[in-house]
Design a protein. Structure first.
Length: 212
């Protein structure tokens, strides 16, 4: 699985810590991590949590990423923004049990973490344990055992509803303010990674029409 990491401007200084922790947990599992930044507090490509929500959708809908790890100060803003765009099912994780249950009950493709609230001594250990529970035991298997069937049924219903309630991403990109989109996709390595990994050519064409 290709996991994309995204950081917005208020917590960009923690990008290296989050990236190193995520890699150390998931690469031994066979996953790969692609760091889309921001890469630090002084990164000139400054993105808001709303722009990061759009970036998550672009990566997931295009096939450039299978999963997105993001967040903001509380995690709430990024979660709301990400869920505003098509192809994203984002959950808010605070502790390791959230990671396990979101993976198995909700079977989403994006998570929002609080990188400021309660992010103190031992924060990297908390991240490590969350990532272990989120990625280490599969997805969509249900929890607890007696709830597996209705949870899996509800997930399919939710996926179907989301397909009906969102317009396609190229249409959205065409409607959004161009400067907002350019800012969301302005990361230092975005063009390199996106052109290498994206599979949906309609979305590739829509992105290229805006950012070149």
């Amino acid at each position: 699985m290709k996991i994309a990491l995204i950081n917005e401007n208020s917590q960009a200084a923690k990008n290296a810590l989050i990236y190193d922790t995520l890699k150390s947990v998931v690469e031994p599992m066979g996953h790969t991590v692609v760091n889309y930044g921001m890469y630090g507090a002084d990164d000139p490509a400054s993105t808001t949590y709303v722009q990061c929500g759009l970036l998550a959708s672009v990566l997931l809908e295009s096939g450039a990423a299978d999963y997105v790890v993001g967040g903001c100060g509380t995690g709430e803003g990024f979660m709301l923004a990400a869920n505003s765009f098509p192809g994203v099912l984002c959950g808010h994780l605070v502790d390791p049990s959230d990671g396990y249950m979101f993976a198995h009950i909700n079977d989403g493709n994006c998570v929002a973490l609080p990188f400021a609230k309660d992010f103190g001594w031992g924060a990297e250990l908390k991240l490590k344990y969350i990532f272990e529970q989120l990625f280490g035991f599969g997805h969509g298997q249900g929890y607890p055992k007696e709830r597996v069937e209705p949870e899996q049924r509800n997930k399919k219903i939710l996926d179907g509803i989301k397909k009906l309630t969102y317009v396609d991403l190229p249409t959205i990109l065409g409607r959004l303010d161009k400067d907002f989109v350019k800012g969301a996709l302005a990361g230092e390595h975005f063009k390199e990674y996106f052109s290498r990994d994206a599979k949906n050519q309609d979305i590739v064409a829509a992105v290229q029409a805006i950012v070149g």
